[in-house]
Design a protein around this ligand. Sequence first.
Ligand SMILES: *Cc1c(COP(=O)(O)O)cnc(C)c1O
Length: 363
Amino acid sequence: MSVKVPFNALTLGEDAADITAAIDRVVASGWFVLGPEVEAFEREFAAASRVPHVVGVGNGTDAIFLILRALGIGIGDEVITPPLSAAFSALGILMAGARPVFADVDPERLTLDPRAAEAAITPRTRAIMPVHLYGQAADMPAFEAMAARHNLALVEDAAQSQLATANGRAIGTFGVAAATSFYPTKNLGALGDGGAVLTTDANLAVRVARLRNGGQSTRFHHDDAGVNTRLDELQAAILRARLRYLPAWTRRRRAIGARYRAALANAAVRVPKELDAGHVYHLFPVLTGQRDRFQSHMRAAGVETLIHYPIPIPRQPALQASSPAVCPVADRVCTEVVSLPMYPGLSDEAAGTVAAAAATFRP
Ligand SMILES: *Cc1c(COP(=O)(O)O)cnc(C)c1O
């Protein structure tokens, strides 16, 4: 069966000419690392995100690691995080030397369950890191109150939630800082790797900016044992070009999401609820106990699907030693969840094909 609707389309679209111009500008400038493009992107992305400070880094995993390092969280410390996410969420915690402690997800929202997270707090807990999974914010008012109650740092994994809000408030402003990723498939994607730290704390921004560049305070003066994880000028220029499209692309994702919801209102597959209008629809997951058959049915209609995520993070061999976890909800979701195509370049016709195919699935 030929593919009519691919799961994603990463070739350039309406942004092609702007991206070519951005690349040409950087190449002509002869300045490739930590220069005017990164500075301008940091300013522009901060304004678009309604967060005061942004520091561009090499990728989203490093952004998580750098936030924890800048907070002095490392060996012997615990960070509470969900089992349902990209494994990179927990790997960023491991990179800092800390131990990821997995608390189950909420069955409706599919993000970290505040009650499970609170029950996982121990004297070693230093931070809670919810993930705004699939583009929808975690229950941030609950986590904000919990972090204050227990004197813990609240760190947001915002890799899937650029421009999202929680109760109308910008994500990245609830916690001490948020990590985001510009991996090509994210809502704002680079043509390669990239990431950023968003924060309301000016001092934390300075510390992260130093740590990303070898710990240098000024050139050749290494005050901290930092790392090398800089956003480069080419990617920053590309991201600046794409940032101008991001509000419209986000509206398009929401429109496709609304269409899928309407088509699947009485379908055999379950659709997680939209619990916050600030949802930015990074992915569109549905749930079914007959996932293999659902994927075959979609494939027969020419529609590609993918699974986010097939394995709970604590069940990954790389994480098993760090934290045995009891997470029955995540265990079940990982056997039932499957993502439909969701990207701004998806045409009305293609979205209709996806919706019709998913709606006619009979388990
Ligand atoms: C993509 C992603 C990351 C990792 O970002 P990279 O830029 O690939 O390192 C972390 N957390 C979540 C939730 C992600 O989706």
